[in-house]
Design a protein around this ligand. Sequence first.
Ligand code: ADP
Length: 358
Amino acid sequence: MAAISLKNVVKRYGIGPKANQVIHGVNAEIGDGEFIVIVGPSGCGKSTLLRMVAGLEEVSDGEISIGGRVVNDVEPSERDIAMVFQNYALYPHMSVFDNMAYGLKIAKVPVADIKTRVDKAAKILELGALLQRKPRELSGGQRQRVAMGRAIVRQPQVFLFDEPLSNLDAKLRGQTRLEIRKLHAELGVTSLFVTHDQVEAMTLAQRMIVMNAGHMEQIGTPEEVYARPATTFVASFIGSPPMNLLTGRAQGTRFAFGGVDLPLPAAAPRDGELILGVRPEHLGHASIAHDGGWPLAIEMVEMLGAERLVHGRIADHGFTLRIDGTLVPPAPGSTLHLQPSADHLHWFDAATGKRVVA
Ligand code: ADP
């Protein structure tokens, strides 16, 4: 096991004035045994960052260390890492056992050791009964577990996962997510896990790195990132439906936007152009008053089972609430009056999108 350190890591494709910079100075200290998820939309640079740690892409600037050793110029095979991809690429003609054992055979590990390691991995992954099967006789989830087994038997210092669950259906993704968590609890190997799925990130991460257009927007525990998003990008990327964001002018306990003047439960952190954020789930029935407050014109209600999403408009801006599914929903065409609590307001600078700390 090993800590990973990223110091001002930059990636450019191409050289000279035509170079395309896709990673803009990422800094992160990842603890020994930590499970870190790198999350962000497609094209934000997640895989590039992971591939630089793996040694599959050169680092253009900055430094990557694994276990205290700078690895910028170290071959992938010398980095003591194991990677699990979306495409698990098992050898179709080999049994599960042989697929897991193959890398160790190539590395000339003694046969008895190979058997011990494969049996142990198979036990952890509940593949013991399937060792003699061929990949075609397995479900998608089982094949992905074999791919993980192949990584485990190598006993690496670091696991790198590149969207390993993307090929699985929703139910299997959920199950495999739990298996990966159990696996990490058992083995405690430092892990970097890339996904574009914020739910996967929230449920798997001990800490998560949120990326946007090659920049690290925030690093923190899922709780921190959800409760105190550092930017409007993070606020709208993490959480579903996303945080409601209203751009307007704050003055004391008033916030003017789109021709309406909303009362605030506490003074804004500063006067002037600001973005006010409120999560849909923080405006439940408890904060709905008969008059006063923020007027929300109801347009549509969606039933999701345990909860309902209430979509409407405040002035000309779309706004969503999430309410308990057992409560009587408001009728489309009616107006609700919202009274948010001061604890649940988020403030961002309108120019930079950065969180304004009161
Ligand atoms: P993600 O994994 O977040 O979807 P990537 O790391 O794959 O994003 O890509 C980040 C950016 O780098 C994208 O804009 C992509 O087009 C660009 N990119 C990736 N690989 C190359 C390459 N070999 N040459 C040039 N640009 C690349």
